[in-house]
Ligand binder design. Sequence first.
Ligand code: LER
Ligand code: MN
Length: 288
Amino acid sequence: MQRRDFLTSAAASGAALALATPSRAQAPAAELQLCSQEGRIPGKSLEEKLAKMVAWNMQGLEVGGGGLANRAAALTQALAATPIKLAAVCAGYQGALVAGDPAERDKAMASIRDLLTVVGQLGSTGLIVVPAFNHHKPLPNHEARPLLVQQLKELGAHAESVKARILLEPLNRGEAFFLRQLADAASICRDVNNPAVCLMGDFYHMKIEETSDQGAFLSAGPWLHHVHLASRTRQLPGQDERSFVDGFKGLKAIGYRDYCSFECGCKGDPEVEIPKSLALLREQWAQA
Ligand code: LER
Ligand code: MN
């Protein structure tokens, strides 16, 4: 091939790629939006928890998907009285998409579909989906991957129609036999090719499975729409030596503006420890 022909075909395939993948080229600068799972925040009621989060200048609330339809109205009402927005919804469906048992797969397809409808109505960032845990009967990777791509095409079409999003979550090998790295999840999103099928990253699992936080987030790129925050020992950020600076460099590079959410334990009094952790995260974001 002549150099000119090579350059022309390379430019053409580059243009095709730009059309096929979501782009953040025009996206505004990255922003640290701090969030927490509901259970991590102290308080006797949702209203009390939200009041604490407002006082701590947090932006998002992550809730569990179990029983979500029954509490949708109360949740919307409580959030509407605050500047806090609903971030991701964590699981809460039955079965597993890539379990070896077809009955588990059918349960997952039906219950994820139903939950996506509620997630869309609530205006959440998306529904966190783990394709299978280690307690499910395993499927070999060469069977699980094409099956998942097919299932996600179907669920993605529904998610798109109800304005919801699926967020694939890679876990560490101690918890899941399938899907452990953000780049792997990004390749699945690429193959599904539906804007409603995206992914998230969890700093706890990433510490075990990724060689580079920054590299993982760069690989996740425009498909990344949620982040779980935890230290190496799955306590609040700052409660052990785990640093978030390298990961935050990656988030800044991709123009990330979705939520970073506590999914962790807490050593000591959360009323004291959570503000300390938030201060550390803001400091490390500034350093990144
Ligand atoms: C499980 O370890 C985890 O990280 C959760 O976010 C799964 O939904
Ligand atoms: Mn997680």
